[in-house]
Design a protein. Structure first.
Length: 215
């Protein structure tokens, strides 16, 4: 599965690089914004956390109001975790920084002064770093010993507005993978079993607000 996702992401990047090379209506830009996420569908209670994303983007304009906009970004997602129904239970903050490839498919009419558009964005990401911060300890970049998966994939749906060189997109993102790593190359310790139990059906979902400058 990981090899398939990597091949898919690489193929998309190469394909859009080729399109950009041959197309006249291409703009390059920088993007960044806020990532609002929490851990969904797990036995722990996840609360919202605000992080950020930043990177570069290429917009390819197509006929009939369509455009395609692949990006390569560093996207930090996280959640505040606690045990539900247990007062004063220990809490921890979990954050994961992903190198992410979102490919935005957009449609909207060009109204001369501005362009509103609909947005559908599949994405794939690979974890570069992680951090678990509790009251008495902080652990960083544990993958094999924690059982946290490096891979993520999903889809986002949203609305955008483009005015001259500026663009803003509000998007809700569904992460379809599991935060738990079920590979056989993990260290054999109690933490891996605990992560697998807690995060088996859990993943990061939430809202992103992205601004871009396109040249």
């Amino acid at each position: 599965m990981k090899k398939v996702l990597f091949a898919l992401g690489l193929s998309l990047a190469l394909m859009f690089a080729g399109v950009a090379e041959s197309s006249a209506q291409v703009r390059y830009g920088v993007i960044g914004g806020a990532t609002f996420s929490k851990l969904n569908r797990n036995i722990l209670k996840g609360e919202n956390m605000t992080q950020y994303h930043v990177g570069g983007s290429v917009q390819v304009k197509l006929p009939l109001g369509f455009s395609i906009q692949p990006s390569l970004i560093y996207n930090v997602k996280g959640s505040k975790l606690s045990v539900p129904d247990i007062p004063d239970s220990p809490a921890a903050d979990l954050t994961v920084g992903y190198l992410e490839l979102p490919v935005s498919f957009q449609w909207g009419p060009d109204l001369l002064l501005f362009r509103p558009f609909l947005d559908v964005t599949p994405f794939v990401g690979y974890g570069l770093n992680n951090k678990v911060a509790a009251a008495d300890a902080v652990t960083r970049n544990t993958w094999k010993s924690s059982g946290i998966s490096r891979w993520e994939y999903g889809v986002g749906v949203g609305l955008g507005l483009e005015i001259w060189k500026f663009q803003i997109i509000g998007r809700y993102n569904w992460n379809l993978g599991s935060l738990a790593d079920f590979g056989d190359n993990l260290d054999d310790n109690g933490a891996v079993s605990a992560i697998r139990t807690a995060f088996e059906k859990g993943n990061f979902g939430g809202f992103t607000l992205t601004a871009a400058i396109l040249f």
